[in-house]
Design a protein around this ligand. Structure first.
Ligand SMILES: [Zn+2]
Length: 158
């Protein structure tokens, strides 16, 4: 079992700091009902208070969280996070509208025409990107009709 800190806290990678704090409190209470210092495993037998505290220490700190997100991205690139995208339509990220205000990409769904059916944050994009011979690729799903697309993009060299 190699859960990410987000999975440990049961959060999405684009969650807010308030959600992180709330999830942490809830997890600590459910994992550690008697507030003793002993390590007590919760029902799935995997998480310890240490796991939860470690996850919170990183995700609760803006700097550490940014670094951690990068680590996850690197890990996914190496492992090939998604490999089940065969046969899906491919779209360029250029087709998406990027809002600098929300840091989100969006596109109307080509199948059901739902307005902004496809949308994801820059963070989510980076987290799930898979490296391809000619750039990066991420799978995205329409929130209205559940159509999956491959989205291709390049990452600017740093
Ligand atoms: Zn759709």
């Amino acid at each position: 079992m190699n859960k990410t800190y987000y999975e440990i806290l049961g959060l999405k990678s684009d969650c807010s700091i308030a959600e992180i704090k709330k999830a942490y409190r809830e997890k600590i209470v459910s994992t550690h009902p008697d507030k003793s210092r002993d390590l007590i495993q919760n029902v799935d037998g995997q998480l310890t208070v240490d796991d939860i505290q470690e996850a919170y220490k990183t995700l609760g700190n803006e700097q550490l969280r940014l670094q951690y997100d990068k680590q996850i991205l690197e890990g996914h690139k190496k492992r090939g996070y998604h490999n089940s995208g065969d046969g899906l339509d491919e779209y360029s990220l250029d087709k998406f509208f990027f809002s600098a205000a929300t840091m989100e990409y969006s596109m109307d769904c080509p199948r059901c025409h739902s307005k902004d059916g496809f949308h994801f944050s820059e963070e989510a994009l980076e987290e799930h990107a898979e490296e391809k011979p000619c750039g990066f690729q991420v799978l995205s799903q329409c929130s209205a009709c559940s159509l999956w697309l491959k989205v291709n993009f390049d990452v600017a060299e740093e």
